[in-house]
Design a protein around this ligand. Structure first.
Ligand SMILES: [Zn+2]
Length: 310
């Protein structure tokens, strides 16, 4: 009888332990879910960093869900890119966008980006190029089994967390014509141009697009190009940022990526004058270091590493 009683007691104790166990687990689960959903709603922020990578372009976008890199600067600026990406503390690059196959934009693909990071997908203008650096990049994508997509006007990419990238150039006809031959290209004017959209915040990315690529965009899209911030086309060259394009985009600020004392004289004085006449806030990586844009989709701030806006 005593033995039977103790068995019953043990069974009751086990049941009660199991029940409290379940109960506390459920409570933990609930509180876990609550603490996961609460900050996600308040911490929806996007950061755009124009990295200080000398004479070239490399722009890091961190949305609430994805890490995106637009261009990778030049071959001889790879150490700067490596250091900047390390400083940013990123673990993986979900999307890599290469605006055009010039060395100062795809220079860090092989030696830094594909070497140091896991890359989800790669996007470019989908046109072939004969350059050695491009051929190596294509080979490496195949080896690593990374998907590559061509972007043309009208495409839209989802960067997660409500962030979109709307492509305005190159036109499909430009890519079709250019894909038939590797001769007679003007890669600058085949640059992927697109607008980053997060709520009310907009930023126009231009690669090295010049007037020849800006003009048809102004004709086709007019004021739909309007953006709060402009990434200066072609490092502030006088052949880019034409008056009509600037008028259509009507930015409040312009960010220029260029190396200190570069051989090209970027940014050109005439371009700077055009920006100044529009009373834009001007930031340059050679003077301001890495330029960080932060936005919650409503307001935005531009924080230079050093100095102030011009
Ligand atoms: Zn360039």
């Amino acid at each position: 009888m005593k033995k039977k009683l103790s068995i019953v007691m043990m069974a009751l104790l086990t049941i009660s332990l199991l029940l409290t166990g379940c109960g506390s687990k459920a409570a933990e689960h609930n509180s876990g879910a609550a603490s996961q959903s609460a900050p996600a709603e308040t911490a929806k922020e996007m950061t755009v960093k124009m990295l200080n990578v000398g004479q070239g372009d490399a722009i890091l976008i961190e949305t609430p869900e994805q890490t995106v890199l637009i261009d990778t600067s030049d071959l001889d600026e790879q150490e700067k890119l490596r250091a900047e990406l390390k400083k940013a503390g990123i673990k993986r690059i979900d999307k890599l966008i290469l605006t055009h196959p010039h060395a100062d934009h795809i220079g860090g693909v092989e030696g830094v980006v594909l070497k140091d990071y896991e890359v989800g997908e790669v996007y470019d203008n989908g046109m072939p190029s004969k350059s050695k650096i491009y051929t190596r990049y294509m080979k490496l994508l195949k080896q690593k089994n990374i998907k590559r997509h061509g972007l043309t006007a009208g495409d839209e990419l989802d960067f997660g967390g409500g962030v979109k990238f709307k492509v305005f150039a190159p036109e499909k006809s430009v890519v079709e014509k250019g894909s038939k031959t590797t001769e007679g290209h003007d890669p600058n004017n085949e640059s992927v141009v697109g607008q980053l959209i997060f709520g009310d915040f907009t930023m126009m990315f231009t690669g090295d697009a010049e007037k020849a690529e800006e003009e048809p965009m102004v004709h086709a899209y007019g004021n739909n190009l309007k953006s709060k911030i402009l990434k200066a086309g072609h490092h502030g060259s006088k052949t880019s940022s034409s008056a009509a394009f600037l008028k259509a985009v009507s930015p409040e600020a312009v960010l220029i990526s260029c190396g200190a004392g570069n051989d090209y004289g970027h940014p050109h004085a005439q371009t700077m004058k055009r920006y100044q006449m529009m009373k834009l806030k001007i930031f340059e990586t050679d003077k301001n270091g890495t330029i960080t844009v932060k936005t919650d989709g409503k307001d935005y701030s531009i924080v230079p590493e050093t100095g102030d806006a011009q």
